[in-house]
Design a protein around this ligand. Structure first.
Ligand code: TXE
Length: 485
């Protein structure tokens, strides 16, 4: 089995330490419900120790590093992740229930890319000058100081490194709060960063529950900014804590993303693409399309093809290289998904495929498995069609005109992403411009250039991360005006 630590301790000031309270709780393998290790249940005193270490490190060697020195450390961390690639793949799979195929090709691969990308981005980042009559203005960008990075359980190392890399690139020190559901790869990152030469106190990781660790971290007076990815409900709490302290806050929250399929789409390519957009990572990606909007004339045929491919997905042992569909990340989350399917049934929805726990035999029947599910016949304004389920459940809705499709796409409170499948170029541009979402993919899904602005609007968040957007979030601009007369 992967080198899973028996105790998952905090990483503060360059060393692994137990929580002051000594309290712990089991970290479970969601595919079998077996315990993996004992997670530190930290509290405000642990948060304070981590923030103090981060604050002190600002005035240590890290505070005197150049851009090139910081970029070199980011590259060294990427090397360290690569050196432990197979170990991290297994840790992520055991912690989340996702197949090792997903962990290898999505999660850990992207963790390496995040560090390599921001090493390059900061090397090439430049600021502005503004020349005026009799004076020259130039913009300096300085680090913020200690920043809080709070992340969820669906893509643990992928999303944590997406925040750590740019924050460090701009010279900040960080206190990370990974999800209590999936602590293992964050735990491993501490050692990797230390061995890569990151000075003690620059990266700190505090484990525990949101209310006990996340909330005091957001409220801490020495924390200058918060970057949060998680649910919209918690996002409201984080925003309120940030506002109280006038802190910069970046929120990447939930979504209820429309997948819009027009009759003139390339059918084979669209069925494959929509299958991924619907069920990648067991539907646990904030960018997944849970609302399938299909043009009337092809709807029955499209749904039939999609459900056949969904039913054929290889579900089972997440550690088997053939598996493409693992377990949800907790029993509690699987129960939430199940409750929405029941709600859909009660509302008259027709389950076309899935809608049940697959029977996989021991030890998987004790796990949080749920079959990929497609539900037809529900109004597009019913609760299962409007609320974020965050699992492998897609509701189908029909439209007959472009305007109707756009209206259905925008009727949700969220605005994170959308995918549009059509061969009509004019329609693609026109529809993309009208959809209320931070990202619109056309004839593809989850194709990611890390330089682009990434984030949502409405209930899906505030702010954008990615490329210079992240570098600028994690820094403070200052204008200097030099009189030349
Ligand atoms: O997220 P939470 P959860 C959605 C999905 C899911 C719902 C809740 O619908 O069902 O969010 O998931 C920490 N102050 N997404 O419970 O609660 C918490 O410990 C500061 C979408 O995982 O948002 C964890 O580390 N921090 C999402 C992190 O916040 C607090 C991906 C996220 O937890 C806190 C995952 C507080 N008061 C779930 N309370 C996406 N956008 O990708 C909790 N936390």
């Amino acid at each position: 089995m992967a080198s899973i630590p028996s105790t998952i301790d905090n990483f503060i000031d360059g060393t692994y330490v137990s929580p002051v309270s000594g309290r712990r709780m089991p970290d479970l393998d969601p595919a079998t419900s077996q315990p993996l290790g004992e997670l530190a249940l930290s509290g405000p005193e642990d948060v304070d120790a981590a923030v103090s270490a981060a604050h002190a490190a600002l005035n240590g060697p890290w505070g005197r590093t150049s851009v090139e020195e910081r970029a070199a450390v980011l590259d060294a961390i990427a090397d360290g992740i690569e050196a432990r690639f197979d170990e991290l793949i297994l840790l992520e799979s055991y912690d989340t229930g996702k197949p090792v195929w997903t962990s290898r090709n999505i999660d850990i691969a992207r963790a390496v890319s995040n560090f390599r990308f921001y090493a390059g981005a900061v090397r090439h980042y430049s600021t502005d000058t503004h020349s005026m009559a009799g004076a020259l203005n130039y913009t300096l960008r300085r680090r913020l100081g200690v920043v809080a990075l709070i992340t969820p359980w669906n893509l643990p190392l992928y999303l944590l490194t997406w925040k750590v890399a740019p924050a460090l690139a701009m010279g900040n020190t960080v206190v990370c709060k990974p999800s209590e559901v999936t602590p293992l790869t964050a735990h491993a990152l501490g050692r990797i960063a230390r061995e890569a030469g990151l000075p003690d106190g620059v990266l700190n990781i505090v484990h525990g529950l949101g209310a006990d660790v996340g909330a005091p971290l957001c409220a801490h007076p020495k924390v200058k900014a918060i970057s949060f990815t998680g649910g919209t409900a918690t996002g409201h709490k984080v925003a309120a804590a940030g506002a109280a302290g006038l802190k910069k806050v970046s929120l990447e929250l939930g979504g209820k993303n429309p997948t819009m399929v027009f009759a003139d789409c390339d059918l084979d390519r669209t069925v494959d693409g929509v299958l991924r957009a619907s069920f990648a990572n067991q539907g646990q990606v904030c960018l997944c399309g849970e609302r399938l909007l299909v043009e009337d004339s092809i709807a029955d045929a499209f749904v039939s093809r999609l459900s056949k491919q969904a039913a054929a997905m290889e579900i089972g042992d997440p550690r088997s290289p053939e598996t493409r569909f693992g377990s949800q990340t907790s029993l509690a989350h699987r129960d939430k998904i199940e409750s929405y399917v029941q709600l859909a049934r009660d509302a008259g929805g027709r389950v076309v495929t899935g809608g049940e726990r697959p029977s996989l035999g021991a030890p998987w029947d004790d796990g949080a498995f749920y079959a990929p599910t497609i539900i037809d016949g529900l109004p597009s304004d019913s609760r299962p069609a409007l609320e974020e389920i965050f699992g492998p459940v897609v509701t189908v809705h029909r439209f007959s005109t472009d305007d109707e499709a756009v209206a259905m796409a925008n009727e949700v409170e969220y605005g994170l992403s959308s995918s549009v499948w059509t061969s009509n170029l004019r329609r693609a541009h026109h529809v993309a411009a009208q959809i209320e979402a931070g990202t619109v993919w056309v004839n593809t899904w989850l194709k990611r250039d890390l330089r682009v602005p990434f984030g949502g609007m409405k209930a899906s968040g505030v702010g954008r991360e990615g490329g210079r957007y992240s570098l600028e979030f994690f820094s403070e601009p200052k204008n200097v005006c030099i009189d030349l007369t």
